[in-house]
Design a binder for this molecule. Sequence first.
Ligand code: COA
Length: 158
Amino acid sequence: MADLRTGDLRVRELRADDLRNGFLETLDALRPTSGIETAAAAAVFERLQRSPDTVVAVVEQDGRIVGTGTLYLLRKFLHGGSTAGHVEDVAVAAGRQRSGVGSAVIRYLLARAQQAGCYKTVLYCEDDVAPFYRKLGFRRTTNGMRFDHDEAPVSGAT
Ligand SMILES: CC(C)(COP(=O)(O)OP(=O)(O)OC[C@H]1O[C@@H](n2cnc3c(N)ncnc32)[C@H](O)[C@@H]1OP(=O)(O)O)[C@@H](O)C(=O)NCCC(=O)NCCS
């Protein structure tokens, strides 16, 4: 899909050089991330590159990454072989919040989900952020459930 431009924001897919240009610092708004080893970050990027059902979107402003969100396309047997979208890791850099960056990320990901034929897109969020998603057309649905495994494959994964 073409990049999405709105004002001075450009929404596009993650590139390797974004790892050194604000992407990891942007994720710090969600939880501390920029301390990740360079090789580990590169390995994650390489793996994502090989996954056609994952879209990592970034928002570029003044040449630097200030927002991000990830769409996972879930291929299902239900509904005659359907696709659902799952959005994760939505973050806007501290100091750039409340200026439309998060909305631009979500609109881009919803357009990608639509283009991929998704019949729904879901996400989990804390209560205090729900108004942000409601404004973008999401509605509250069923309870989220979580199982914590004994050993996470990457230390400190949350
Ligand atoms: C939540 C977040 C992604 C929103 O992105 P953003 O760029 O700040 O949001 P926008 O400027 O596009 O907001 C559009 C509207 O959504 C609402 N909104 C945005 N953030 C909100 C929040 N934290 N609480 C309640 N409403 C919010 C507001 O109505 C806002 O319009 P306004 O600024 O005119 O009042 C961003 O603030 C962020 O990264 N927060 C920290 C990490 C986080 O909580 N991520 C979400 C994980 S599910």
